[in-house]
Design a binder for this molecule. Sequence first.
Ligand SMILES: [Ca+2]
Length: 304
Amino acid sequence: MRYLIDCDPGADDVMALLYAMKREEMDIRGIITVSGNVPIDKVTYNACGVLKLTGRRIPVCQGSPAPLVKKAFSASDVHGDSGIGPMKLPDGRENLVHQNFIDFYMEKLFESEEKTTIIATGPMTNLALLVKVHPESMKRIERVVFMGGAYNEGNVTPYAEFNAYVDPEAYKILFDTDIRMVMVGLDATHMSLLKLEEIEALELHTKPGKFMKDLLTWYCKNVMSVYGYAGAHMHDPSAIMYITNPEIFTSFESTLDISTSDDLTRAKILVNKRSSKKNVTVLSSLDNEMFKKEFFKTLYKYDG
Ligand SMILES: [Ca+2]
C-alpha cells in the first residue's frame, strides 16, 4: 500500500515517524509538513532529521505555514520550542524537495495506478487546500487516516483537540467531501499509555533506538509534570498503529461535522450516526496492552 504522511513534528509525530520507518510493509512515498506543534521551518527540519537519523531517503515537501483562517497556534508547552524539547535531530534537509506542496501531492497521487492512503498527524490545512484547488485529487485518495478531534473530551479546550482546534475550517472542508476517512481521535488515543518505568526499561542502543528512548523519556516526564498524567499517551503513533494493527481498535461508522464558530464550541466534533453518508470510521477505543506489545516489538527492530 502507498502512503503519504502529512505531519507537524512535534515530539509525538517524530515518535510516529520512527515507528513507521520500521514497518517495512508501509510504502511511504513522501512526507508533507504543516505548521502546527511548532512553526513550519522547525517541523520541516524535524521531518528531514528523522530520515537522516534512520538512514532513509524519502522526499519531504514543506506545506502550509499557517491555518486557513486563523493565526498559527502552537503547542510549545508540550513539545518545546524546537518541537522535540532538548533533543536535536541531525540535518537531513537533502531530503527536501523544493516544490509547491499541492503540486507535490498531485504528482504523488497520480504517479501510480494504485490509490494512496494519506496519514495526517497534524492540522489538515494542506489537505483542505488540495481538495479545494484540485477536486479531482479526491478520486486518487484511498482514505485519510487522521489523528485529531475528540467526540467526548478535548485537550486544548474541554471540547476540542489540538489539531482540530488549530484549523477547524480545514476539517470542515474535508468532512463535507465523500472521502473515506478514519478519525484517530483522543477518545481512542487517550487509552494508549506508556509508563515511565516501561520506557526506562527499553534496551535500545543504536543511534535511532537510543534517540527514541530519550525522546519518549523526555516527553513522558514533561506531560506527567505539565498535565499530571500517569505516563505518555501515544496520540500520533496511534494513527500509524491503526494502519499496521487495526484489530486493536474498536470503532463505529458515522458522518462528522465540526464547529467553526468563534465561541466555546470551536472545533468541537459532532457525530452524526443518522446520516446515510457514513464516510468516517471513528475510533472509540484501543487495547493498550496490545498497543505496547506491537509498539515495543517494532522499536526493537532498531537494535536488530
Ligand atoms: Ca502532530
